[in-house]
Each structure stands twice: as C-alpha cells, then as structure tokens.
Write a protein that binds this ligand. Structure first.
Ligand SMILES: C[S@@+](CC[C@H](N)C(=O)[O-])C[C@H]1O[C@@H](n2cnc3c(N)ncnc32)[C@H](O)[C@@H]1O
Length: 235
C-alpha cells in the first residue's frame, strides 16, 4: 500500500483511539447527545440499517468481516443473524469497548459469534469471508487509497463487499469549513468526499475490481451526516 495510506492510517488510529475515543463511545451509545450529533447518530442508524438490509436475514454459518468495526454495532446485528463475524478496527480502545458491549448470550443463542481484533482490516491472516462490510471506514482515505483497500477486501469476499463513502455534497463542504474553525487537536481527520464517477473510473482500472460491479446504492443524509452506501458484487 502507498505512503499516503500508511500516513493516513496512523492519523485515523490516533484520532479514533485517543482524540475522539470518548466522543465516539458516546455517539454510538444510547446516552443523550445534542443537536448536530443527534442528526449524525440518526443518519448512522439508517446507514447501518441499509447495509444490514442488503445482507441475508439468516446468516447461520456465514462468515462476515466488519472492516473498521468501531464499537461493533453492525457486527452484533450480523452475529444475531447467526454469522461468524470477524470485527477489526485500528483502535484497541474501541475494540475493547465493542467486546464489552456485545450481548454474548443473545449472540450465542442465535448461533453467531464475534471475534474482535485490533489491527488493519487488510491483514490477509483474517482469511476469507462470504461478506465484507465497511461502514464509513474508508471515508478518511484519498479516493485512490480507498479503492486499493476495496481491491484488497474484494479478494477476501466470496459474495459481496458493502461499504459507504462520503459523496461530494454541499453539506460535507460546509462540515469541512466548520471543522477548520476548531483547534487542530479537536479536528476529525479529513473526510474525503468522492464523486461516484471518479470511484467508478478508479475501480475500472483496478486489476481485482474489474471483476466486480456496483449494484444497489443508497444515499443517507441526516443533518451533518451524508454517506452513500454501495454494494459491490461479482460482475
Ligand atoms: C467512522 S468510523 C466507523 C466505525 C464503524 N464502522 C461504525 O460505523 O460505527 C471508521 C472506523 O474505521 C476504522 N479504520 C479506518 N481504517 C482502518 C483500517 N485500515 N483497518 C482497520 N480499521 C480502520 C477507524 O479506526 C474507525 O474506527
């Protein structure tokens, strides 16, 4: 992978493991949050619902990779459908929280399981999966790096790769402008908005992704949250 990927990965790890770990823990909990954060939480809930609606209702015996799992909400839902989930994130702090939050008994009753790990979602040692899902995990990478990550993930997936990206939009541009007003340490790593045509062009020239095509897609916009879900299936 490129130097820009490794550099950005380091920044993302610092951000989610330290700078924003507490805020992220709260955003992904049931604790009350105000204004803008509430719209983000609502948007993220809808995004998770959309990605989950593209997965089978019964996942007993299927393997799923939750790539960039954060505090693990999607991994839990898949495991409650019986899936064998590997949930990985760069941030050991979030992974530990995810492990503590999982409803172990309900998951076991459903026949599912979650193996939480901290590390890089591209680690080949993770093995092969029926489905790979990356909810908002690529939004901080330059488009070319995000596509290389997708290329790597597609090699591990038998059926589909579901992910979301930040589409170019006025709301995102505004959010970035607002971000510039905060002191450096409080800023989130830049979200990199990507246009669908650029994504398609990059995917078309990737040696792995030429064998895949975009299928279902849906944009979720809720206050300061805008993200586009995309399903990749074998062409
Ligand atoms: C915006 S958060 C989304 C978390 C989770 N998918 C969710 O929707 O709640 C992005 C997450 O991706 C993780 N991430 C980014 N790049 C990663 C990589 N190369 N390997 C593993 N995790 C990564 C970050 O650490 C962060 O927790």
């Amino acid at each position: 992978m490129s130097t820009t990927y490794h550099e950005r990965r380091g920044q993302i790890e610092t951000y989610f493991d330290r700078t924003a770990a507490e805020a992220w823990a709260r955003l992904t909990s049931d604790a009350p949050v105000s204004g803008i954060r509430a719209t983000v939480r609502a948007g993220r809930d809808r995004m998770r619902g959309t990605l989950l609606s593209w997965l089978p209702a019964d996942m007993l015996g299927m393997r799923l990779l939750d790539a960039g799992c954060g505090t693990g909400a999607l991994a839990v839902e898949a495991a409650l459908r019986g899936a064998q989930v590997v949930a990985i994130d760069l941030s050991p702090t979030l992974v530990q929280l995810a492990g503590e939050r999982q409803p172990r008994e309900a998951i076991a009753l459903a026949g599912g399981q979650i193996d939480f790990r901290s590390g890089d979602m591209l680690d080949p040692a993770l093995g092969e999966f029926d489905y790979v899902v990356g909810m908002d995990s690529l939004i901080h990478y330059q488009a070319a790096d995000a596509v290389k990550v997708l290329s790597g993930l597609s090699q591990r997936s038998r059926r589909a790769v579901l992910f979301s990206y930040a589409p170019s939009s006025p709301a995102l541009q505004l959010m970035q402008a607002v971000g510039k007003l905060f002191p450096r340490g409080n800023r989130s790593p830049w979200i990199v908005p990507v246009r669908r045509d650029k994504l398609d062009r990059l995917m078309a020239t990737d040696t792995e992704l030429v064998a895949w095509r975009g299928a279902r897609t849906e944009r979720i916009a809720s206050g300061f949250y805008t993200s586009q879900a995309l399903e990749l299936v074998r062409a």
